[in-house]
Design a protein around this ligand. Structure first.
Ligand code: HEC
Length: 157
């Protein structure tokens, strides 16, 4: 299969592939101004969590969070985000895991999910309660169950 036609197909397609790849990169590098400002605010906020009162396994998980969630952006982004719901973290951790070179295994993803949910229930409890209250009843019950699976002491009220 090396007809002249075939040989010319590849060079003809390359600029197109390049243009698509470039637009994807530029699109990522230049989000709209308010989105950029929002992420910058997260990235430049506090960059440590006081885990002294967290259970031992969550203190261990904090170390994993520090090493795995700071390779693409500031660790502070995960610390200062207003994302608190367990369903959001399920989706989000998967999204991070499946990015090329995320370096996050399935087991680590699970540990990180549990850490983010525990941290939200401990450090952002009011925001988490508000987010849960805003859900429709079936989703509300499911969210409470997911938080309690990680932090049995969490009270939705
Ligand atoms: C492979 C690179 C990569 C890794 C590893 C990574 N992130 Fe991200 N993260 C991104 C990118 C890119 C964005 C912005 C675009 C997006 O949301 O996909 C982002 C955005 C975020 C946001 C902002 C969400 C929003 O819009 O408010 C949070 C929070 C976050 N990451 C937390 C984490 C946490 C927690 C971890 C560890 C489990 C993590 N990230 C690991 C690449 C990464």
């Amino acid at each position: 299969m090396s007809s002249p036609k075939r040989r010319h197909l590849v060079p003809a397609v390359l600029p197109l592939v390049g243009a698509i790849a470039l637009s994807a990169v530029v699109g990522r590098a230049q989000p709209n101004a308010s989105e950029e400002a929002r992420l910058k605010k997260l990235d430049t906020g506090p960059k440590v969590i006081d885990v002294a009162k967290y259970p031992g396994d969550q203190q261990q998980a904090y170390k994993l969070f520090q090493s795995k969630c700071s390779s693409c952006h500031a660790l502070a982004r995960g610390i200062n985000t207003d994302m608190v719901l367990p369903g959001d973290w399920e989706r989000y951790i998967k999204r991070m895991m499946f990015k090329p070179n995320s370096g996050i295994s399935n087991d680590e993803g699970r540990t990180l999910y549990r850490f983010m949910v525990y941290d939200a229930s401990a450090r952002k409890a009011e925001a988490l309660r508000r987010a849960i209250a805003a859900l429709a009843p079936p989703e509300r019950a499911a969210a409470i169950e997911k938080v309690k699976a990680v932090n049995g002491a969490f009270s939705p009220q």
